[in-house]
Ligand binder design. Structure first.
Ligand code: AP5
Length: 218
């Protein structure tokens, strides 16, 4: 059965970094609810204005809003051979809705759970910079941008407004309360594969590739 590969883990675990690498190598769409919501905020749409009330404080956007976004995105027709989901689901309600959506499309959910300690979460998020043109993710120390402070594509780099230390700690608290129950939920369904997210991007990537091989055989 074709798969929807879900990247689960605390904020700043490296989900976006790893998920985009996997999407490019296996050629299935990368879908990030965080990116979709941030685009809406940038456009200033009514969705963006509503989402920003929650995102700027590190809270979750209401379930019905993100479920609607994912439903619309999965219906676009490019996910027939699978897809990669980053940042969705984040609650049990979202996970149950996703299962129904995927069933209709003949896709099976499998979860790559990337775990890193809290202090690493703060360190990674607070020094993250993102390209406003191509979306490439940098880290000022571990994955620095070119010397002129711009992206390789020439785009400008920005810092997310939820990457302040107080907001990062709130995102972590929300993750523990609302998202971490998904670890148990998917473990009981035998759909969860754990990856140690500590170490360099390349080290984590080779663990992700090994987990994907196990998933292929399962
Ligand atoms: P979202 O954008 O999904 O944020 P997140 O889950 O908090 O995750 P991040 O994007 O912060 O981190 P990441 O794990 O992708 O790490 P990255 O690869 O960038 O959500 C943002 C907000 O939107 C939420 O708070 C919520 O309000 C809302 N939202 C989104 N989805 C929702 C949903 N389903 N329901 C309700 N609300 C929703 O890496 C981080 C940094 O570390 C980078 O600088 C990177 O270069 C660096 N790095 C990565 N890997 C390594 C490594 N191995 N070693 C050293 N540095 C590394």
């Amino acid at each position: 059965m074709k798969k929807a590969i879900i990247f689960l883990g605390p904020p700043g675990a490296g989900k976006g970094t790893q998920a985009t690498m996997v999407s490019q190598s296996i050629g299935v769409p990368y879908i990030s609810t965080g990116d979709i919501l941030r685009s809406a905020v940038k456009e200033g749409s009514s969705l963006g204005k509503k989402a920003n009330e929650y995102m700027s404080k590190g809270e979750l956007v209401p379930d019905e809003v993100v479920i609607g976004i994912i439903d619309e995105r999965l219906n676009r027709g490019d996910c027939k051979n699978g897809c990669i989901l980053d940042g969705f689901p984040r609650t049990i309600v979202q996970a149950v809705s996703l299962e129904n959506m995927l069933k209709e499309k003949g896709l099976e959910p499998v979860v790559l759970f990337i775990d890193v300690p809290d202090e690493e979460v703060v360190r990674r998020n607070s020094k993250r910079r993102i390209c406003d043109r191509c979306g490439r993710i940098y880290h000022l120390e571990t994955n620095p941008p070119p010397k002129d402070g711009k992206c390789e594509c020439g785009g400008f780099l920005y810092q997310r407004n939820d990457d302040r230390e107080d907001v990062i700690r709130e995102r972590l608290r929300v993750y523990r309360e609302k998202t971490s129950p998904l670890i148990d939920y998917y473990t009981k369904k035998n759909s969860l594969f754990k990856v140690n997210g500590s170490g360099s991007v390349e080290e984590v990537h080779s663990r992700v590739i090994s987990a994907l091989k196990k998933i292929d055989k399962a």
